[in-house]
Design a protein around this ligand. Structure first.
Ligand SMILES: Cc1cc2nc3c(=O)[nH]c(=O)nc-3n(C[C@H](O)[C@H](O)[C@H](O)COP(=O)(O)OP(=O)(O)OC[C@H]3O[C@@H](n4cnc5c(N)ncnc54)[C@H](O)[C@@H]3O)c2cc1C
Length: 407
């Protein structure tokens, strides 16, 4: 084969690029194949990221042109318009322009010495003796074979490549269908708070969001496990008691649709000569659908494990299983807690959500949540808060609500 690299990454999204960045920084010869002609385009993401998460990845502060706003907390709205807000003393999250963010990471990758091949769709894996040995890439009408010692699938939610590597993809039943748009002319924006709209009436299976930017602009969207996301978004904009007051005159642009996997990581993320990262491996928070920070954390682990394998010249499933072990150490507990929380939230009726929001306000739960240090590692934060009487009471309330909905 005439084309050879140590490592090949499929997909130039944040997780593919971050894998390539970490590999290149370790001196590995790596090539990234991206099916689109421009990194970051088209974008399907709201770009709402935790500042602590970005810091852990060594990416914060970001250049100011990428960060469109920062937030001190969130306001949660019930379907009937009840409100519960949590405000911290300093910014905890930010909204990034995902196109610029992806391009920024890609620039770092190129500076570190890795190469992108754009307009290049990976059609299939090359497999020999049960080992992945490279990829077949189509550029227009031309098909070429590229070999590598290790191939990393960071191609997002599609399961085609995973299956070729002999791995099981996420169950599509755990996906929610999301719509994301930019809006202008939004009224009564809380400029430094993200707004979350809960309830099956508008966003069954997740929630709707309003992420303010500047000059009356915002990102708006929702994800749903049933029905048409665009119709639900219109319903939110025109019928929701609070959202309609903000959004009835707003103009939508850049509307995109994309699925989000909420079922937790796939059972196996490696095989001989192969690793899966990011949405491809469903490394997404089941509570919020956020996948950038967790996916990039796993991408860094994937790069370290691939580097070790190159060092030992051993690409067996056994050696690469370190990847899953290390990801589980960091995220396993978190994933399990978030999955349970998602199931509990899904079981609440809209009426219960209304009551729960009123209850949380009444017991002053916001004062407890103001002390939360980490919104990515929700399992750990939850454990810390168990000692807090307000939180324990709220937790019992949710468990009781869940049990009475699922006797
Ligand atoms: C509406 C919506 C809003 C979201 N909002 C947030 C948010 O606010 N915060 C957050 O953290 N997460 C959010 N997410 C989730 C987040 O977008 C994903 O978790 C994240 O983009 C995953 O990154 P990735 O690199 O794994 O995959 P992707 O970003 O999907 O990138 C995959 C890349 O691979 C390329 N590709 C795919 N197949 C091939 C192939 N065969 N050959 C070559 N290239 C290929 C694609 O073109 C793409 O560029 C949101 C998702 C949706 C749908």
């Amino acid at each position: 084969m005439k084309h050879f690299s140590d490592a090949i990454v499929i997909g130039g999204g944040p997780c593919g690029s971050f894998t390539a960045l970490n590999l290149a920084r370790l001196g590995v010869n790596v090539k990234v194949f991206e099916e689109h002609g421009e990194i970051g385009v088209p974008s399907h993401c709201a770009g709402h990221l935790s500042i602590t998460g970005l810091k852990l990845l060594g990416l914060y502060p970001l250049p100011s042109r990428i960060v469109e706003n920062t937030f001190y907390g969130a306001i949660f709205h019930s379907p009937k318009g009840k409100e519960f807000s949590v405000r911290l003393s300093s910014p905890v999250t930010c909204v990034v322009n995902r196109v610029l963010f992806d391009k920024h990471v890609a620039e770092m990758v190129e500076d570190a010495g890795a190469h992108y091949s754009l307009n290049s769709i990976v059609e299939s894996l090359i497999t020999e003796n049960d080992f992945v040995k490279g990829v077949i890439v189509r550029r227009g009408n031309i098909e070429e074979r590229f070999s590598a010692k290790v191939v990393v699938d960071a191609g997002g939610v599609s399961s085609r490549i995973l299956r070729q590597a002999g791995l099981s993809a996420s169950d599509p039943k755990t996906f929610v269908n999301a719509v994301q748009a930019e809006v202008e002319n939004v009224k009564n924006l809380n400029p430094d708070m993200v707004e979350v709209f809960l309830g099956k009436d508008y966003a069954p299976g997740l929630y709707a969001w309003l992420v303010p930017k500047h000059d009356g602009k915002a990102n708006v969207g929702l994800a749903t496990n049933t029905g048409n996301p665009k119709k639900l978004l219109q319903k939110l904009m025109y019928n929701h008691p609070i959202a309609s007051k903000k959004l009835h005159a707003a103009k939508l642009s850049r509307i995109s649709f994309h699925p989000i996997p909420l079922g937790g990581p796939i059972p196996k993320t490696y095989s001989n000569g192969f690793l899966a990262v990011g949405d491809a491996a469903s490394q997404v928070k089941p509570t919020t659908g956020g996948g950038v920070i967790f996916g990039m954390m796993c991408a860094r682990v994937a790069a370290e494990v691939a580097y070790e394998a190159l060092h030992k010249d051993d690409f067996s499933s056994e050696t690469l299983s370190e990847y899953q072990k290390k990801c589980d150490e960091v995220l396993g507990f978190e994933g399990k807690v978030m999955l349970k929380t998602r199931r509990m939230l899904d079981a609440l009726s809209d009426d219960r959500i209304d009551k729960a929001i009123t209850f949380c306000t009444k017991i002053g739960l916001d004062k407890t949540l103001q002390k939360v240090e980490d919104i990515d590692f929700q399992g750990r934060s939850l454990l810390h808060m168990l000692w807090n009487p307000r939180f324990s009471v709220a937790l019992l309330y949710f468990i009781f609500s869940y049990l009475s909905a699922n006797p």
